[in-house]
Design a protein around this ligand. Structure first.
Ligand code: PRP
Length: 224
């Protein structure tokens, strides 16, 4: 790690649904930078006074930047983290971005048992997690990797089922799909590069402590 990298804390934030909540949470502990916006065309945004650098990346790339140490810290959904298989420290469950991963099929073609879908095609953005799940169920499947609009798969006959995330359930409902198996719950996580965690232990440790305090105080407000 060179002197400049050592001086800064670089944080990878995902574009998309988690960006606003992630930036908002970090702002509460004083981790902010002028012009930090998902829409910014500037990809590295620094706070020179606090020696913080934010990088804004495609959601699926956050674990890669963190694993290779291009970012010290990152915020990412547990679903994307697990799918990536990247070797990083998971420091904190941030609680937001709650969703779950599930298997769904067209309502009109619902089979009796899960095992009735063995050897069929499943469309998904999460082939790794899907394979872990079906292997646990003793099922061999054919995986079709898609990058978005997964729900389209069974509607147009590309696959018999999907494995995808559900937040509100609206997309499933609007496309006449039915959830038939729950795979895992997911929320946003704070992750760290393994070397950075040791080399910048003081800064990262303080950050985790501050975040934990905020999360606990907000949980307290919700409970009362
Ligand atoms: C995700 C997911 C579902 C949808 C679920 O897609 O893949 O399609 O959100 O949300 P809901 O339960 O609230 O309807 P996303 O919006 O990330 O876009 P994508 O389809 O392009 O992946």
């Amino acid at each position: 790690m060179n002197a400049e990298n050592m001086e800064y804390l670089t944080i990878a934030l995902p574009k998309g649904k988690l960006f606003k909540l992630s930036a908002g949470l970090l702002e509460k502990i004083g981790y902010e930078a002028e012009g930090l916006s998902e829409k910014s065309r500037k990809l590295v945004i620094s706070n020179e006074e606090k020696k913080i650098r934010f990088i804004i990346t495609k959601t699926a790339d956050v674990p890669t930047y963190v694993e290779y140490g291009a970012a010290d810290i990152g915020i990412i959904g547990k679903d994307v983290l697990m799918e990536s298989g990247k070797d990083v420290y998971e420091l904190l469950d941030l609680g937001f971005g709650r969703c779950h991963l599930m298997m769904a099929v067209p309502k009109s073609e619902c089979r009796e048992r899960l095992s009735d879908y063995a050897h069929t095609r499943v469309a998904t953005k999460f082939p790794r997690i899907a394979e872990m799940f079906f292997t646990q169920q003793g099922m061999q499947m054919e995986y079709i990797k898609l990058n978005g609009s997964i729900e389209l798969g069974p509607i147009v006959g590309l696959s018999e089922s999907i494995v995808d995330i559900v937040e509100t359930g609206t997309t499933l409902k609007e496309n006449d799909l039915e959830e038939i198996a729950h795979i895992m719950d997911a929320t946003a996580r704070l992750i760290a590069n393994r070397v950075s965690f040791k080399m910048k232990f003081g800064r990262i440790g303080a950050m985790v402590k501050d975040l934990r305090a905020i999360l606990e105080s907000e949980a307290g407000i919700c409970e009362s």
